[in-house]
Design a protein around this ligand. Structure first.
Ligand code: GYE
Length: 331
């Protein structure tokens, strides 16, 4: 742990020097103090996954609003769900000499090279929302986000309860998130571990819907054509579940009744479908990471040692619970 302290301090010092040189303006002139924010303004480079889901839109809004509130100069870049775009954005943040880099990695693997470049430039890195699989954990200061394995487990646990005391086989189809992403890998794992305890649960088809509504619909249509006996759909996010609902209704079936549906996120549209009985259970995943992220950014700039893992608090919802909170749901 203490090994990392000098690097963090150095990063903090470096950031202080860079901000003193007016790096937030990006003009390269020394000692220049712009009216907008002055020389103390922290610059944050943020590489977002894309705009694939309601969750992502709410997350982007939270980050942008929190940066404004905290007086942090946010350089926001949308990767359109492509890792190569994120790598390009990170390299450009290094060139612009931002104070801190935060990003939500579209997939888990393949980050070591670019993260080493960031480390060499002495810029602290904060992983937001999604993890990387790098074994060298000195490549980032902290990781803030949900426990995706737990979300998968909660989904599985609801299913086990729902079919308690019944012995007939339960045929499940799964709509996975983006292939290789932390939430897809972990939600699949958590759900799989729980349902493996009872052999009556059978995952008869599992495919990616890339976390989007359109893909969720398309893949569900294919599932419905290939299998006449689907009892349950487990979708790794609300949006894919909502797309699948259209496919199920299109096939003349009743979502939530003929096919039970479990999703993850609890964004407003998902919660509405839950309240309407079209979804049966949602495990919450909070996108409102902005304020906590800005606190971490400020601490990183000061050279403070950050907790390696910052977890988001989350709950689960049944239709009754969704009805109770829907009116106040902000996203
Ligand atoms: O569940 C999904 C989004 O990484 C937790 O990404 C996030 C996931 C979220 O597209 O809706």
């Amino acid at each position: 742990m203490f090994k990392k302290l000098p690097a963090i301090l150095a990063a903090g010092l470096m950031a202080a020097v860079l901000t003193a040189c007016g790096s937030s303006g990006g003009t390269g002139t020394t000692g220049a103090t712009s009216e907008a924010g002055g020389s103390d303004t922290i610059t944050l480079g943020f590489s977002q996954v894309g705009a694939e889901s309601g969750w992502r839109t709410a997350n982007t809004k939270s980050v942008q609003e929190a940066a404004k509130e905290a007086g942090i100069d946010l350089k926001f870049s949308d990767a359109q769900q492509k890792q190569e775009n994120q790598i390009k954005a990170i390299r450009s943040f290094i060139q612009q000499k931002v104070d801190v880099i935060a990003f939500s990695p579209v997939v888990e693997s393949g980050w070591d090279t670019v993260l080493k470049e960031v480390k060499d430039a002495k810029i602290p890195v904060i992983l937001t929302d999604r993890a990387v699989d790098s074994t060298d954990t000195s490549l980032y200061q902290t990781f803030i986000g949900s426990d995706f394995v737990l979300e998968g487990k909660k989904s599985g646990e609801w299913l086990v309860k729902e079919y308690e005391g019944k012995s007939e086989p339960v045929n499940i189809v799964e709509l996975q998130g983006t292939t290789g992403s932390a939430p897809a890998n972990d939600r699949k794992k958590g759900f799989g571990e729980v349902i493996a305890a009872d052999p009556k649960f059978k995952v008869i088809a599992s495919q990616t819907g890339d976390f989007t509504r359109a893909k969720g619909k398309e893949v569900m249509e294919a599932f419905l054509k290939a299998h006449k006996d689907i009892d349950v759909l487990f979708a790794h996010n609300d949006d894919m579940g909502l797309g699948a609902i259209e496919a199920i209704e299109g096939a003349g079936l009743k979502p939530g009744t003929d096919i039970k549906i479990i999703t993850i996120d609890a964004v407003k549209d998902g919660m509405q479908a839950l309240a309407d009985g079209k979804i049966n259970f949602i495990a919450e995943c909070s996108p409102l990471l902005g304020p906590q992220l800005m606190d971490l950014v400020k601490k990183a700039v000061k050279g403070e040692q950050l907790e390696k893992r910052v977890l988001t608090e989350e709950t689960t919802f049944t239709p009754e619970q969704a009805k109770a909170v829907l009116a106040d749901r902000k996203y």
